[in-house]
Write a protein that binds this ligand. Structure first.
Ligand code: NAD
Length: 244
């Protein structure tokens, strides 16, 4: 039986690229999504073109019960989850002086509480199997901070604390928990930035370009593979050298 990878928020951007990369590696793929989009059928055939199975599970990661049901339906179909990638995330940027309390809370609820909600439901199956990999998608701003992103940075810093604590809790069960901290990656999330701002950002990155979803997916693939079997509780920056 092929290994099973579950990726949250994976119908577009970095999550979609991770799903496609894992499919090429031969994993059966479970894709979490929040809303129906026209893309699901196309994505399903792209995944299945690699001779692997593909299951879509609908859930808002900020809702514990929906996550519980999503995980149950994966276990019903595949009987196991070998790799979990907590990728779903949102931004609601604003200087703190003008940030609405609900915008602070909703970013924490999706990015940080969402990571808890999914992990909490997946972990018992990994504990039973005495094996598993969890890769959490943090961000460089969770380490460096960023004006206008108190909510987002707090959520991504929280993910780092969560990653390290859980890595210590479950290492004896052979479950490895790591995080990646991408810098500026070209996706819909960063497409809201004006071209001149993007150019300015690229100029300040040692590698002189924004990252791609593929840059992130390749590191996540490594962290899920046997090649990383002595790495746990770590945060790997994928940022072209932006943060050193
Ligand atoms: P994106 O907006 O293209 O994708 C985010 C995905 O999360 C979408 O598919 C969305 O539907 C899903 N999602 C949002 N809220 C959800 C919810 N409540 N339940 C389930 N799914 C939900 O963004 P992206 O750039 O692909 O970002 C992916 C991850 O990478 C995020 O965690 C983001 O914070 C992180 N990240 C991105 C960058 C970047 O520069 N793009 C940098 C650092 C970290």
């Amino acid at each position: 039986m092929s290994e099973v990878a579950f990726i949250t928020g994976a119908t577009r951007g970095i999550g979609k690229k991770i799903a496609l990369t894992f499919a090429k590696e031969g994993y059966n793929i479970c894709i979490n999504y929040r809303k129906e989009t026209d893309d699901l059928d196309v994505l399903k055939s792209e995944i299945e073109a690699n001779n692997v199975k593909c299951l879509f599970v609908k859930a808002d990661v900020s809702n514990f019960e929906e996550c519980e049901n999503a995980v149950k339906s994966i276990i019903e179909k595949f009987g196991q989850i070998d790799v979990l990638v907590n990728n779903a995330g949102i931004t609601k940027d604003m200087l703190l002086a003008r940030m609405k309390p609900e915008d602070f809370k909703s970013v924490l609820d999706v990015n940080l509480v969402g990571t808890f909600n999914v992990t909490k439901n997946v972990l018992p199956y990994m504990m039973k199997a005495r094996s598993g990999r969890i890769i959490n998608i943090s961000s460089v701003v969770g380490i460096s901070g960023n004006a206008g992103q108190t909510n987002y940075s707090a959520s991504k810093a929280g993910i780092i604390g969560f990653t390290k604590s859980l890595a210590k809790e479950v290492a004896s069960r052979n479950i490895l928990i790591n995080a990646v901290a991408p810098g500026f990656i070209e996706t819909d999330m960063t497409n809201v930035l004006k071209p001149e701002i993007k150019e300015q950002i690229a100029k300040n990155i040692p590698l002189k370009r924004m990252g791609t979803a593929e840059d992130v997916a390749n590191v996540v693939k490594f962290l899920a593979s046997k090649d990383s079997s002595y790495i746990t509780g770590q945060v790997i920056n994928i940022d072209g050298g932006m943060l050193m």
